[in-house]
Design a protein around this ligand. Structure first.
Ligand code: ADP
Ligand code: MG
Length: 387
């Protein structure tokens, strides 16, 4: 598959073959990379994601009999058939829990949604920290918004998708991935306030500044559903409670030295990461606003050190990818996404990009790790109708 139009046409043909009817429309929702602001969303904090050109394209046709019939090109070849009225967290397993969860979450809001035929196909790598789960949820959310004339706002769609992932798929993620997938705009990064869900588009012109953003997918599967993420989240909530704060977002960098000594040893580094990471988002936005995207480099690398040493969510493969990227001429690099594997982003001068990718791949192969996949991140459009 090449461009989005060709992808949409192919998904339409497949939908017709599988479901034996025409779809009512075709929608697309992108994966994302987060430039900076990791593990801040569930602390009511800030992030700076951008959408990828890699998208999940979904064809859907409304059904009046209350059945949800789901098919994915990345599934097991079968149609999963569910009765919308009977949807409840628990019994649905596998990939179908993400799309079914969105329909369930819409019903939980009291919205009048029924069945649909669905076929989808995605170019977002799965389990790579590039948020294929949010791309899938958000594609369903925007499709249902139109199929059932719900007219939800973008932040409401993101909240529905997040609720689906939390309460139906059982993954305790924050709201950043879903906000990125529905709110990002081409050519921009998204300055997100996870408390108010206010967003600001921050122009991010890579090519105009002689830069490229490489994504190194270490192909180490992360699993956010396992306990580590939930434990970190609970640790942050405990720390905020001990400090008498609604969330760690309410602590400034200037207040940090004073409170670190009051906190239990296991919580202090978590708090230091969240507070300094929120501050790095602010600095990154200032630098982009000043038209100096190349100066993001040191912030990215500092963010990675904080994830590695304080939050402890990196792994040997991501640490090596960061080191190798910097050694190959990257201005800065960091793990992106929840961690425990996944992908690393590297901000590279265009002139060094061609040699940087094989240098990183070689360094990782020499260390005996799985050979990574390298993609390029181009700030792309958020979820939309494409056919
Ligand atoms: P990430 O969001 O970083 O890609 P997750 O573990 O959060 O990783 O989500 C990956 C899961 O989402 C997959 O294991 C699968 O269940 C589901 N998924 C995402 N995209 C698709 C797709 N195109 N088809 C079927 N399932 C998908
Ligand atoms: Mg995910």
């Amino acid at each position: 598959m090449t461009g989005p139009a060709a992808q949409a046409a192919a998904v339409r043909r497949e939908f017709e073959r599988i479901h034996g009817r025409a779809p009512d429309g075709i929608w697309a929702a992108p994966g994302r990379v987060n430039l900076i602001g990791e593990h801040t969303d569930y602390n009511d904090g800030f992030a700076l994601p951008m959408a990828l050109p890699q998208t999940t394209v979904l064809a859907a046709g409304r059904r009046e009999d209350g059945l949800l019939r789901l098919h994915s090109a990345q599934g097991d070849g079968r149609i999963t058939e569910l009765a919308v009225a009977d949807l409840a967290p628990g019994p649905v397993s596998g990939w179908a829990r993400y799309p079914a969860g969105v329909v369930w979450a819409l019903r939980e809001r009291g919205l009048p949604v029924g069945g649909a035929d669905v076929h989808l196909d995605s170019t977002v790598p799965r389990g790579a920290g590039l948020s294929s789960s949010a791309a899938l949820e958000c594609a369903v959310a925007v499709a249902y918004d139109e199929l059932y004339a719900l007219r939800l706002s973008r932040p409401e769609l993101a909240r529905v998708a997040q609720y689906a992932e939390n309460a139906f798929a059982g993954v305790p993620c924050g709201v950043m991935d879903q906000m990125a997938s529905v709110c990002c705009a081409e050519g921009s990064a998204l300055h997100l306030d996870s408390r108010s869900l206010d967003v600001r588009q921050v122009p991010f012109d890579l090519t105009g500044h002689g830069l490229r953003l490489l994504v190194i997918d270490t192909r180490v599967a992360h699993d956010l559903a396992d306990g580590a993420y939930a434990e970190l989240r609970a640790g942050c909530e405990r720390a905020a409670g001990l400090l008498g704060l609604t969330a760690l977002r309410d602590l400034s960098e200037a207040e940090l030295p004073g409170v670190l000594t009051q906190l239990p040893e296991d919580l202090a580094p978590l708090v230091r990461h969240v507070v300094t990471e929120n501050a790095r988002v602010g600095r990154a936005v200032e630098r982009l606003a000043a038209g100096e995207p190349e100066s993001l480099g040191p912030l990215l690398t500092a963010g990675h050190a904080s994830l590695r040493d304080d939050y402890r969510v990196s792994c040997p493969e991501t640490d090596l990818a960061v080191e190798a990227a910097v050694a190959a001429g990257a201005l800065g690099a960091r793990m992106t996404g929840g961690g425990f594997g996944g992908s690393v982003i590297a901000l590279v001068p265009s002139a060094a990009a061609a040699s940087a990718a094989p240098s990183v791949t070689d360094a990782i192969a020499v260390a005996g790790f799985v050979t990574p996949a390298v993609l390029e991140a181009v700030p792309s459009a958020g979820a939309r109708r494409v056919g």
